[in-house]
Design a protein around this ligand. Structure first.
Ligand SMILES: [Zn+2]
Length: 266
């Protein structure tokens, strides 16, 4: 066990590396392995089978997988609803079904549509009304991004229009040395430091430039090993209290309003 009171993982999935046939069984395996590393809670998104540009029916199927995992393990698993801004009306319906009327506590956006586009606005506004954060995958790819794949600059442009939204810049843009300056001036953007190689210095730079309060631990397990992603924090040259913020206290604070509203215990 890690010597931190709150260790919450921002970023996990139910994909094929996990044992089990059903989402509930796969979640049980994720919990079993994560628990060995001291992780108490797992934010989870997207279905057992992924789709980069899901149609409304596939979106619902993927979110149903997460609902099953959360309902089977309500004190360990926390769902973020996967949305596709290319299907705006149906995405708003999914947000209502899974967050307002269901147990989910956040929004996940992936690579179908750049998040700086105006189609995001109604989704962000409804997420704000429900008090939930939005995790946006970002990357700065040397070989060029997918057509709908957001960069940290896209998240910054979204933050200009929505300075009160709780935005999370996923993967710290992959190329974190370029990403951190791009979002530095927007205090409502946090960075998720999971899902890329555990290069030395990323957490130190994020803390120095953004403040520890804006840095969130996540693993991207099972695609990434818990240990390699935890090491970005535990091995960083920062204080114990800063590590505690990054490993769970920040995420807990971010999710507190929606969790309290749903009567979920922290
Ligand atoms: Zn991921």
């Amino acid at each position: 066990m890690l010597p931190y009171q709150v260790t919450w993982d921002l970023h996990t999935h139910l994909t094929r590396q996990l044992r089990g046939k059903t989402p509930a069984e796969k979640a049980a395996h994720l919990i079993e392995v994560g628990s060995r590393h001291g992780i108490e809670r797992f934010c989870c998104y997207m279905g057992v089978e992924w789709n980069t540009n899901p149609d409304p029916e596939n979106l619902r199927k993927q979110n149903d997988d997460i609902l099953e995992a959360v309902e089977a393990h309500p004190d360990r698993m926390m769902g973020f609803v996967y949305l596709n801004p290319k299907h705006q009306a149906e995405s708003l319906d999914e947000l209502k079904r899974c967050v307002r009327d269901g147990p989910m506590v956040g929004v996940k956006l992936w690579v179908s549509h750049r998040c700086s586009e105006p189609e995001l606005d109604p989704i962000v506004e409804l997420a704000m009304e429900f008090g939930v954060p939005i995790f946006q995958h970002t990357w700065i790819k040397t070989t060029g991004n997918l057509p709908g794949e957001s960069t940290p600059d896209d998240v910054a442009r979204l933050a200009i229009r929505h300075p009160e939204a709780k935005l999370i810049c996923g993967h710290t843009g992959g190329n974190w040395e370029a990403a951190i300056p791009a979002i530095r001036d927007f205090s409502n953007i946090s960075v998720g430091i999971g899902g890329f190689d555990p290069t030395a210095g990323v957490t130190e730079m994020a803390v120095r430039e953004l403040g520890a309060e804006r840095v969130l631990f996540g693993s991207d397990a099972p695609g990434r090993a818990f240990a390699s992603q935890l090491a970005k924090v535990t091995g960083a040259d920062i204080s114990a209290s800063q590590k505690a913020l990054i490993l769970g206290e920040n995420l807990k604070r971010l999710l507190e309003p929606v969790m309290l509203g749903k009567g979920l215990t922290q």
